[in-house]
Design a protein around this ligand. Structure first.
Ligand code: FOL
Length: 178
């Protein structure tokens, strides 16, 4: 099998997607100390489609580090950097060079919701703010957000994912790589 290297054009696309992630997660997001609502998952999904789990994880980590360096509203916490990697890796796992279907859009959203939003993030918030893990400040807004956000995120991923002409992009990159 051919090894996929990151060439200059892929790095440029990656840089743009990272910039978009930083903007959406730091400047366009609704953020309270215990919950964050943003559409950062959109560039993240496009990264997953084009770059696969490993590089999408790395891209998300870079977006977290750059975002915190430029626009931090609170102290740095390494747990959210780990979240970024895992979330990127999940989208890469489900979407890398694959057709987006309702099935993988919903499965990817469910995985991110369960692992990141309902497991790791509550743990980091409890550690970061020294509140009990099972306190209502952690869970009340989170459960409400999850119920509303799950369908919105799945539907958005389906339509955005379908609009990415990934075969065309990959084909043109393959020609230029020769
Ligand atoms: N440390 C690092 N490395 N990155 C951060 O973004 C960060 N952010 C905060 C503190 N330390 C950090 C600010 N606090 C959520 C809530 C508060 C918060 C950070 C994250 C949160 O609920 N995140 C959700 C949604 C993420 C999204 O949709 O973009 C999550 O489940 O991860």
């Amino acid at each position: 099998m051919k090894k996929h290297r990151l060439d200059a054009r892929m790095i440029a696309i990656m840089g743009l997607l990272i910039a978009l992630m930083v903007t959406l997660s730091r400047l366009v997001a609704i953020e309270t100390p215990f919950i964050k609502i943003s559409v950062t998952f959109i560039p993240q999904v496009i990264m997953g489609i084009l770059f696969g789990p490993f590089w999408s994880g790395i891209g998300a980590v870079l977006a977290d580090l750059v975002g915190m360096a430029l626009f931090s509203k609170s102290a740095f916490f390494i747990g959210f950097t780990l979240n970024a990697f895992i979330e990127g890796a999940i989208y890469g796992f489900f979407f890398y060079r694959k057709e987006i279907t309702w099935k993988n859009a919903i499965l990817a959203t469910l995985s991110v919701t369960l692992i990141i939003n309902l497991f790791l993030t509550p743990l980091w918030l409890a550690l970061m703010y020294h509140v009990p893990l099972f306190s209502w400040v952690v869970w009340a807004p989170r459960l409400l957000k999850t119920v509303i956000w799950l369908p919105i995120q799945s539907i958005a991923i389906y339509y955005v994912g379908r609009s990415v002409p990934y075969k065309k992009i990959l084909r043109s990159l393959a020609i230029h790589a020769k």
